[in-house]
Ligand binder design. Structure first.
Ligand SMILES: Nc1ncnc2c1ncn2[C@@H]1O[C@H](COP(=O)(O)OP(=O)(O)O)[C@@H](O)[C@H]1O
Ligand SMILES: Cc1ncsc1CCOP(=O)(O)O
Ligand SMILES: [Mg+2]
Length: 260
């Protein structure tokens, strides 16, 4: 499915997306998902996730701010999604920072996400390498993470997206580079987490690789446009939401993409 067709499907269906994300991201990720055209629900209690996941078109799990009930909620939701074939996306925020976080990420990875999205340092470390990440921020280039992404995609049987100045997406066989966005994007907190929520939204209406490319392209086009109208991270945030909303299917052409 082309990115254009994926956005048409997203806007026509407005899929319900079950998001388990962190305290920092919860509001902006919901607003990003709504602006793009989907319907987010932030639900993490272990007592209710297994009832909610099957009702949603997709699930997204982000480990940004962990505590024990959240870890259990994530585990139950991921297990349910895999058992009931609900596509789900894992965002292993700063998983290398502490042993607790590393174990949470590995346990979730073992539950077979459909799509894995992280910055370069997170993907390098998840494949077993020594990245230069500083907390939630990447210290590595996307180019340096490409072989780790391909390795993980093959090993886990999932789509892997590495984001940064130029994004890279692979299912282990097909590889896509997505150009665009803006250098100011990492200066707004939780944009990566919000992108993970949007990847989930697209995964509800399109096959995993196509969904991931469409979501990243939607961000790249909106980010590029918003940067032209903003003076810094504050005004960029506002303009970015507007541009996510204003992007049309015809704007998601192939010119920002390189397929390998
Ligand atoms: N230097 C950059 N130039 C253009 N876009 C960028 C740049 N850095 C990050 N982005 C974009 O910002 C979004 C979030 O990616 P990233 O910053 O890698 O995630 P995270 O916030 O998880 O570290 C993605 O859409 C990515 O393409
Ligand atoms: C700052 C911070 N601390 C814990 S989660 C989080 C947000 C990280 O967001 P992103 O990975 O999108 O930069
Ligand atoms: Mg992140």
């Amino acid at each position: 499915m082309t990115p254009k067709a994926a956005l048409e499907a997203l806007r026509a269906q407005a899929p319900l997306v079950h998001c388990i994300t962190n305290y920092v991201a919860m509001n902006i990720a919901a607003n990003v998902t709504l602006a793009a055209g989907a319907s987010p629900a932030m639900i993490h209690a272990p007592q209710e996730v297994a009832d909610f996941t099957p009702v949603a078109g997709a699930l997204t799990i982000n480990i940004g701010t962990l505590s024990e009930p959240w870890v259990e909620g994530m585990r139950l939701a991921a297990k349910t999604a895999t058992a009931q074939s609900v596509p789900w996306v894992l965002d292993p925020v700063a998983h290398f920072a502490t042993p607790y976080r590393a174990k949470a990420a590995q346990d979730l990875l073992a539950l077979k996400p459909t799509i894995l999205r992280g910055n370069a340092s997170e993907i390098i470390a998840l494949a077993g390498g020594g990245g230069a990440g500083k907390g939630a921020d990447s210290g590595d280039s996307v180019t340096d993470a490409q072989s780790a992404a391909i390795d993980l995609a093959k090993r886990m049987g999932c789509v892997v997206a590495v984001t940064g100045e130029t994004d890279f997406v692979t299912d282990g066989t097909r590889h896509v580079t997505i150009h665009g966005g803006a250098a100011i994007m990492p200066k707004v907190t939780a944009l990566g987490c919000s992108l993970t929520a949007l990847v989930g939204a697209y995964a509800a209406v399109a096959p995993a690789l196509d969904a991931t490319v469409a979501a990243l392209l939607h961000f790249a086009v909106a980010g590029e446009r918003a940067a032209l109208m903003s003076d810094g991270p504050g005004s960029f945030s506002v303009r970015f939401l507007d541009q996510l909303y204003l992007v049309q299917p015809d704007d998601l052409g192939e010119s920002h993409l390189t397929w390998q």
